[in-house]
Design a protein around this ligand. Structure first.
Ligand SMILES: [Zn+2]
Length: 403
């Protein structure tokens, strides 16, 4: 149930720190070994040896001992999953997701995609310090800006269809949900609307006919273009792209258009395996987190690019797909509105694993700063399954799936 990778990470939490957290007094001057009074019996003389190097404990009188999980289990009278859960929360462990997509399913999926006349597209695609801003005082842009801009005329919308990412109906559905706008010069407007439906800003981006970014044209921001017409006191507080979907849509999965036969099997196949851990009733998170029947949180998937969020929202509608708009934009405070949700983060990949490391670090920082209901999960899917060439090209999830 609990995968080995995460168990290993939990077992590596320094045992001296765990003892300290539990209020167990350690005696002795040794750097690697200390002693404690055994908690399994009345122990006047400290008989419990706690070994830092092996990260285990053992009583030399009664013989009981174990690792840090066993320690928490026995000392706190917890079950194994409860003890893991406690350690994850106390020590801010960011869970790395196990195989949400097995290699076998991944290749199955890829061959399915390759057989399904999807156009072949190849598409090449740093972490901030912790700071928490209060967004109570957000002065948003006028909400009228959004409906006025709504349009399918951007190069992005056209090419998402022509490049084979989405069907016409999928694009229409996604564009309506994400409220895609079009600028006068053909750029797509990715509005950043928060969970209280406040328009924080909009990012205008330019795409090529193959639905890859036009690198010649830099993204611009709506608030930057507005200049004099900005609301007084406007202070930019970016939010995750798609955040408004949290409150607009109740957690009913599968509300997306599934009418496109091409992806039906694909969805079923990928969906079940992929969604196994975070799905509404899925078994996996319960290994760490007891489920309550009165709470059915939506699962949030966070990716780097808006394009990825939009496309995958149609392919995997069980998730709410959000985008941070770029790794350098990904900050812990962006996750604050998501405290009650299950969250899985899909880093892009690169040859050195740098993106994965940075995304994980931001998740770690966020978990230190906020009390999440569920531990954040970071998917190593691309780290594990992307080829060296794909890593070289710094692909993201869409690139991987549409390869
Ligand atoms: Zn003992």
């Amino acid at each position: 149930m609990i995968d080995d990778l995460n168990l290993k990470r939990i077992r590596e939490i320094p045992i001296f720190d765990v003892c300290s957290k539990l209020g167990i007094s350690l005696y002795g001057m040794g750097k690697l070994t200390k002693r404690a009074k055994c908690w399994y019996h009345d122990d006047k003389h400290p008989s419990m040896h706690v070994n830092k190097k092996k990260n285990i404990y053992k009583c030399f009188v009664c013989g009981k001992g174990g690792d840090v999980i066993k320690l928490v289990q026995d000392y706190e009278n917890k079950t194994f999953p409860e003890a893991c859960d406690w350690l994850v929360n106390e020590f801010h462990i960011v869970l790395i997701d196990s195989e949400p997509l097995s290699a076998e399913n991944s290749s199955k999926l890829n061959s399915k995609l390759n057989n399904s006349e999807t156009n072949s597209v190849k598409f090449p695609s740093k972490a901030g310090s912790i700071s928490v801003q209060s967004v109570q005082s957000v002065v948003p842009l006028s909400p009228d800006l959004v409906p006025r801009s709504l349009s399918l005329d951007s190069q992005f919308c056209k090419s998402a269809i022509s490049a084979g990412y989405l069907t016409d109906s999928q694009l229409r559905h996604a564009a309506a949900r994400y409220r895609l706008g079009c600028s006068k010069d053909g750029g797509v407007i990715f509005w950043q609307i928060d969970d209280q439906q406040r328009v924080r800003t909009g990012k205008i981006m330019y795409y090529q006919p193959d639905c890859h970014r036009d690198k010649e044209r830099h993204p611009t921001w709506v608030h930057a273009l507005m200049k004099d017409t900005l609301p007084p006191n406007f202070d930019l507080h970016p939010c995750l792209f798609g955040l408004h979907l949290l409150t607009l849509e109740q957690p009913t999965a599968g509300n997306s258009s599934k009418s496109n036969s091409k992806f039906n099997n694909y969805e079923n196949n990928f969906g079940t395996n992929f969604a196994q851990f975070p799905s509404k009733a899925g078994p996996l998170p319960s290994a760490f987190t007891p489920q309550t029947s009165d709470f059915s949180p939506q699962t949030i998937a966070i990716v780097e690019s808006e394009k990825t969020a939009i496309i995958l929202s149609e392919k995997f509608p069980d998730f709410i797909w959000l985008s941070c708009g770029g790794l350098q934009m990904f900050k812990p405070e962006l996750l604050e509105p998501l405290l009650q949700h299950r969250i899985i983060i899909f880093p892009d990949t690169d040859p050195q694993g740098e993106a994965f490391r940075q995304w994980t670090q931001v998740a770690l920082d966020a978990q230190r700063l906020y009390k999440f209901r569920y531990s954040l999960r970071v998917s190593p899917l691309l780290e594990q399954h992307a080829t060296p060439e794909q890593k070289e090209a710094k692909i993201d999830l869409v690139d991987f799936l549409f390869k």
